[in-house]
Ligand binder design. Structure first.
Ligand SMILES: [Zn+2]
Length: 315
C-alpha cells in the first residue's frame, strides 16, 4: 500500500502531477545501498547476520547478531569503501523458482509470492523491495559513525554519501571551534583538554583548602562559652564540613552544625556533639523536613531540601 501525501484534496478522475523529493530519495538510496554493502561484507567475512535495520533522516543503524571488535568494524568499513570505488553494478531482479532455489541469499523472513533479489556480485545478495542506487560508486562513501554492543551482537551507526559529507563538515566545525577556543593546533587538542582538566582539579583542591582555612578561622573566633553553634555557608565539601564540626565539638559542648548550600538548592549538613544525640537529631530533620542521611550519636550527615529559616526553627 503506497500513500501519497498531498497539500490539498482533489476529485476522483482529476489529473495530478506527483514529484519525487529527489534529494531525499537519493539520500535514502545511498544509505540503504551502503547498508547492503556493509552487511554483505560482515556476512562474508565474519558470518554475521543482519537482525535489524533502521533508516531515518538523521541516523542509519544496522544490527548484527555477533560482537565485532574495533579492528573488524574498521576492516569492513575500509572494504566497503573499496567496493564503492570499484563501482560494481547493483542488480535487482525476480528470479524463476529454480534459480531462486539454487541461490544462497540473505532474507530476514520467509516471504510468500515473487521474490526480488538485489545483488552486488561477490559482495551481497539479498531479498529486498526497496530502491537502491544503480552502481556502488553512487553510494559515494560509507562511514561508520559509532558502534557498540547490542542485545548480544553489535549495533553499527553508518552514514553514506552526502549525509556522510554533511556529518564530516559538522564535526570539522566542532573541532575548529574547539581548537580556536583553546588556542592550540588540532593535534594538541586531547593534551590541551587533559591539561585543563588537571589544572581545574588542582584549583578546586586549592579553593577547598582556602575555604577550609577560612572556616577554621571563623570557628576559632567564637567565644568558648557558646554551647550550640550552627554555621550556614556555601560550597563546602564533605571533608571540610566534617573537619569543621570536629573543631567545633572540641570547643562547644552543645549541638555543633554546619549547613552548606542555599535556600534554592537545599543544604548538605554535618552535625556533631559531645553531649547530644546526633542520630536522633538527624531523625528529627528527616521526619520534620524530609532530610536524607544519618550517622552515629556523635556525628551525623546528610542533605535537606529546605530554607535556612525552616532549618533554624526545626533545630
Ligand atoms: Zn535493499
Amino acid at each position: 500500500m503506497i500513500y501519497h501525501y498531498c497539500d490539498r484534496a482533489f476529485a476522483a478522475g482529476q489529473k495530478v502531477v506527483g514529484v519525487i523529493d529527489w534529494a531525499h530519495r537519493f539520500g535514502n538510496m545511498q544509505q540503504h545501498t551502503g547498508e547492503h554493502i556493509f552487511t554483505g561484507l560482515a556476512h562474508n567475512i565474519y558470518g554475521a547476520d543482519n537482525v535489524g535495520f533502521h533508516l531515518s533522516d538523521n541516523t542509519v543503524t544496522l544490527d548484527l547478531n555477533i560482537e565485532l571488535s574495533e579492528e573488524q568494524v574498521r576492516r569492513i568499513e575500509r572494504t566497503a569503501n573499496l567496493v564503492i570505488a570499484k563501482d560494481f553494478p547493483v542488480k535487482a531482479y525476480y528470479p524463476d523458482e529454480a534459480t531462486l532455489a539454487a541461490t544462497d541469499y540473505r532474507s530476514k523472513k520467509e516471504i510468500d509470492g515473487a521474490i526480488r533479489l538485489v545483488e552486488i556480485e561477490g559482495v551481497d545478495i539479498c531479498a529486498c523491495c526497496a530502491p537502491h542506487v544503480n552502481t556502488t560508486g553512487q553510494v559515494g562513501m560509507l562511514k561508520v559513525i559509532s558502534f557498540g554492543k547490542y542485545k548480544g551482537g553489535t549495533r553499527v551507526y553508518i552514514l553514506c554519501g552526502l549525509r556522510a559529507l554533511d556529518d564530516y563538515n559538522h564535526k570539522m566545525s566542532l573541532l575548529a571551534q574547539s581548537y580556536q577556543k583553546l588556542n592550540c593546533p588540532e593535534e594538541n587538542l586531547p593534551d590541551r583538554i587533559a591539561g585543563i582538566m588537571e589544572e581545574n582539579k588542582q584549583l578546586k583542591y586549592r579553593i577547598s583548602q582556602i575555604k577550609g582555612d577560612i572556616l577554621m578561622n571563623q570557628i576559632a573566633g567564637y567565644p568558648s562559652d557558646l554551647s550550640d553553634v550552627t554555621i550556614f555557608t556555601e560550597d563546602l565539601d564533605a571533608k571540610t564540613m566534617r573537619d569543621g564540626v570536629n573543631a567545633l565539638v572540641e570547643k562547644h559542648d552543645g549541638l555543633c552544625a554546619i549547613f552548606s548550600g542555599n535556600d534554592e538548592d537545599g543544604y548538605n549538613f554535618v552535625i556533631g556533639s559531645s553531649t547530644r544525640d546526633c542520630k536522633a537529631i538527624a531523625t528529627g530533620l528527616r521526619e520534620l523536613l524530609g532530610a536524607k542521611g544519618g550517622g552515629s550519636n556523635q556525628m551525623a550527615q546528610g542533605s535537606v531540601d529546605a530554607t535556612r529559616s525552616a532549618i533554624e526553627r526545626t533545630l
